[in-house]
Design a protein around this ligand. Structure first.
Ligand code: PMP
Length: 401
């Protein structure tokens, strides 16, 4: 048994090769708070790889809320929401979220991943069909695997492909379309108005996972459905607290009956410990800041538009990016790794997205913005990206032209 497991790891060449060649870019160790300037592996670097879009993880009110919750409730709830793990803070957060998202009810889970693991098998049963965008987050795919419904995948953001699939699925009991609100690698937005129109035409339901969209899109950061004015037609909104909301946990929001049903059936909720007091309190505080103060979101968009403009002017291939997640397509696994590590040496942290997570021709480095970045920090990072790209002969459009 032990030998078999060791052999399995040694056949996992990717990590070993990268380590051998000195460009293993994963599990880097942070010795500081997650802000725009961080200490990683003992080195001070500029952070362009965080999901803390609004920079709220270090906000004094968020820290104070987490601290006082630990003092009042202790460090853990020591059980599942279903039994002994529900505090008045969990209920308060659900109430505030439902109100914020203009939905009847919300339900909080311990991570966003667990939301999808619990919700999809609960809402999609045998005879139903889940329609997933090809580039949806892994958790939607894992949730679909746990469901007895069948899964149909449609080409990324391709509405003709979705319509074709829907037209062929008229015999299914129910059709449920589930898409990310903002796609986590490509940084583009789900076409919810078209999806909602198709859902009406073919009698389907829509769920949007707004993990990256909350805090970024919509009025006060209400997410992609609000951004497009289709909130009432997206039956379920899912999301996480680990990005703009500066904490850990996740949620689903929708009509009262559906949420009550999920509350009593979803196994990842019922059989897993609840969000800790500190993470629950931090989320309540971050949501309060987000829903009353737009200045961070506006600065995030200023940073996003500035970065996109500069990267495009320099000829970098940013695909369809239109949000604070900006992919810089390298389209070569080894170069993407090398670029990540050279940038780290130069003092800039970015994340590589490489095969097998994406096709080797789609490898990229992900440049993620925060509201707390200054234009000077962005300029330093982009200058370094240009320097390293030239060094590694990364293709840019200006060169091809
Ligand atoms: N859904 C999407 C679309 C995500 O991008 C992520 C995280 N990257 C998750 C769910 C999982 O959220 P969490 O980190 O809270 O588990």
């Amino acid at each position: 048994m032990g030998n078999f497991l060791r052999e399995r790891y040694s056949s996992f060449k990717l990590a070993e090769d990268a380590k051998k060649n000195g460009y293993y870019a994963f599990f880097r160790t942070f010795q500081s708070k997650q802000e725009t300037e961080v200490k990683v592996n003992g080195k001070d670097v500029l952070m362009f790889g965080s999901n803390s879009y609004l920079g709220l993880t270090t906000h004094p009110k968020v820290i104070e809320a987490a601290e006082s919750a630990v003092r009042k409730y202790g460090s853990s709830c020591s059980g599942s929401r279903f039994l002994n793990g529900t505090t008045d803070m969990h209920e308060q957060l659900e109430h505030n979220l439902a109100k914020f998202l203009n939905k009847e009810e919300a339900l909080v889970f311990s991570t966003g991943f667990q939301v999808n693991l619990g919700v999809l098998p609960t809402i999609a049963k045998q005879g139903d069909v889940l329609l997933l965008d090809r580039l949806n987050h892994a958790s939607l795919y894992e949730g679909a695997k746990l469901s007895d419904a069948s899964t149909v995948v449609f080409r990324h953001n391709d509405m003709q492909a979705l319509e074709k699939k829907l037209a062929n699925l008229q015999d299914a009991n129910h059709r449920i379309i589930a898409v990310d609100g903002i796609f986590s690698m490509e940084g583009n937005i789900a076409k919810l108005p078209e999806i909602v129109a198709l859902a009406k035409k073919y009698n389907a339901s829509v769920m949007s996972d707004c993990a990256h969209a909350v805090g970024v899109l919509g009025d006060h950061g209400r997410g992609t459905p609000d951004h497009f004015g289709v909130n009432d037609d997206v039956e379920l909104i899912g999301g996480t607290f680990s990005k703009s909301l500066a904490s850990l946990g996740g949620f689903v929001a929708g009509d009262k009956e559906t949420i009550q049903y999920i509350r009593h059936v979803a196994r990842s909720l019922i059989f897993s410990a609840s969000m800790t007091p500190s993470s629950t309190a931090a989320t309540i505080a971050a949501l309060e800041i987000m829903s009353t103060d737009d200045s961070r979101r506006l600065k995030l968009w200023e940073n996003t538009n500035y970065s996109l403009k500069r990267l495009k002017e320099l000829g970098f291939d940013t695909g369809d990016a239109e949000t604070p997640i900006i992919p810089i397509y390298i389209r070569d696994n080894e170069k993407a790794y090398k670029m990540t590590m050279r940038l780290f040496e130069e003092g800039v942290f970015v994340n590589p997205v490489v095969a097998p997570a994406v096709a080797p021709t789609d490898t990229l480095i992900r440049f993620s913005l925060m509201a707390t970045h200054t234009i000077e920090q962005i300029d330093i990072a982009i200058d370094k990206i240009l320097k390293v790209a030239n060094e590694l002969d990364v293709k840019r459009q200006t060169e091809a032209a």
